[in-house]
Write a protein that binds this ligand. Sequence first.
Ligand code: DCP
Ligand code: MG
Length: 573
Amino acid sequence: MLKYLKKYWIYCLLAPLFMLGELTMDLLQPDMMATIVDEGVLGGNLQVILQEGLRMMLLVLFGGTSGVLCGVFATFAALRFGNDIRKDLFARVMDFSFEQTDRFTTGSLITRITNDVTQMEQLVMMLVRSLVRCSVMFVGGIIMLYRQSPRFALVAACGLPFITVFVVFFLKKVSPLYTVIQKKLDRLNSIMQENIAGARVVKAYVKEDYELKHFSQANDELCDVNLRAQTILAFMNPCVNIVLNLCVVGVLYVGGYTVSQNGGITPGQTMAAITYLSLILMRIVFMANIFQTFTRASASWKRIKEVLETENVQQAGEGKQEAGRKGEIEFRHVSFAFPDTPDLPVLKDISFRVNPGETVAIIGSTGSGKTSLVQLIPRFYDVTQGEVLVDGVNVWDYPMQALRDKIGIVQQKTELFSRSIEENIRWGKEEAKESEVSRAARIAQAEDFILRMPEGYEAQVAEGGHSLSGGQKQRISIARAVIRDPEILIFDDSGSALDLKTEAALYDALNREFAETTKIVVAQRIASVRQADRILVLDNGEIRDSGTHEELLEHSAVYQEIYRSQMKREVTA
Ligand code: DCP
Ligand code: MG
C-alpha cells in the first residue's frame, strides 16, 4: 500500500500540516471565549470583547482556509491513490489467464476494482485527515483543559477509562460483522451483474419475480447485517453520552465549588473546560470510527492484494528457432482436464498433425471437447499431458504475443465491443487500412449487410452486440480474425448462425483468399465440413476417426451416424 502512497507523499504531508491550522482554531477558540466571558462580560470590559472578538474572527478565517486546503490535498491524495490501484488492478485482470478469471469470478473482480478500492480511498482520506486531527485534538484538548485547571483534568481522567471500555466493548461486537457485510455485498453484486447482463434470458423465461426474490434475499441479508451493526453502534452513543454528562456535572461541581470558594477558577474557565472535555471524550468515539474504517479497509486491501499478487500462471517462453514450416500444427498425445476439475479429462491422448495450408475440420457432438481442443493452440488453457506444437515449436516456448500473433481465432461465443463496426473489425489489426477492413468484411460475407445499414461501417454496435443478429455478429468476428492475415485461422462453430448458402460463400472466399493459410474449422453440421481436406471425428474427448468426407462415410460408424441423423432431419424438414 505504501508503494502507491509514496507517489503522493507531498499531499499526504501537506494535508495534515494544514489540518494543524484548523486544529489551532478549534483548540484556541474556547480559551478566547473564556477570556471574553471572564474579562469582557463579567469584568464589563468592552475593549476586551472587541479585541478578542476580532482575534477570534481572524483565527476562524485562518482555520477555515487551512481546513479547505487540508481537504483538497487529502482528497487529491486519496483519489489519485485509488486511481492508480484501479489501473493496476485492471491491468492485472486483463493479464489473467482464462482459468484465473474463472476462479475469481467476474462479479468478485468487479467488486474488488470498484467497492474495495473506494474503501481504500476512504482509509487514506482518514489517515491523512482524521487520524492526525483526532490525536492532536485529544492531546491538545488535555493540555488546554489542564491549563484551565488541573482539577478539571482529573475529572477527565476519571471519565476516560469508562468511555474507552464502552467503545472497545461495542467495537469488538461490531468488527466481525464488517467481514460478513463485505461477503454479502460480493454476493449481491454477483447476482446483480448476472441478472443485468442476462436480462434477456430472465425476460424470456418470465423469471423477473423469481430473480427478484433471489436478489431480495441477498439484499435483505446485507441489510440485516448492516442493521445489526448499526443497532449495536446506536447503543454506543447514549452510553458515551452518559459518561460525558457525568463528567460535565463533575466539571461544573468542581468549577462551581472552586468559584464559590474563590479558589482561582473563573466561570469562563469552567465553560471552556466543558468544551474541552467534550472535545477530548468525543475523540474516543471518533477513534472508534477510524478503527472501523481501518477494519473495513484492511479486509478490502486483502482482497485487492490477492488480485495484485496473482501472477499469470502461464509462463511464456523466450522464443526458439522455429523448426517446422509456417502454419504447421501438431498435437502429440495431448490430454487435457480443466483446472477446476482435474479428475475429469476432457481430451484424451489426442495426436494429429495439420500441414501448412491444409483445412482440417473437427466434428463431434456437443460437449465432445472441440472448443477445448482448439483453445489449446493459442494457449487459452494449457495441456495436462503431451505437447502442442506450432511451426515445430512447443507453444510453451513462444512469447505469448508471438504465438497469438500467428493465430486468428473466431471463438464460439462472439464477443463484440460497444464501438463502431469498423473499430470492431480493426480491433484485429489496429493499423489496418480502410481497404483491408472492407476486404476482411467481404471475405467474412459481412459487407453486404454492413453497407445496407444507414451508417455503414460507422454503425455503433450496442453493448454485448445486441443490436446485431447472431449471424451478423459471427461474421464481424470472422472479419476481425481474418484482417490479421494470420498463419493459422481457427473457426469454432463460426458458421453455426449462418444459412448454408452464406456459409458456403464464406468457405469459398476463405479458400480463395487464404489458400496458403492453415485453417481449422469446428462444426456440427456435415455440410460445414465436407469440403475440408481432412475431417477429425471427435467423440467424448477422443479422436475416433479421420479422413475425407467420402472416406469417413465409408468406414466411420460415428460419422455415418451423424450423417444419417442430419440427412433424416433434412428430409423430414
Ligand atoms: N467444460 C468444463 N469447464 C469449462 C468448459 C467446458 O468443465 N470451462 C467441460 C464441459 C464439457 C467438456 O468440457 O463436458 C467439453 O466442452 P467443450 O466446450 O470443449 O465442448 P464442445 O465445444 O465440443 O461442445 P459444443 O459443440 O457444445 O460447443
Ligand atoms: Mg464448443
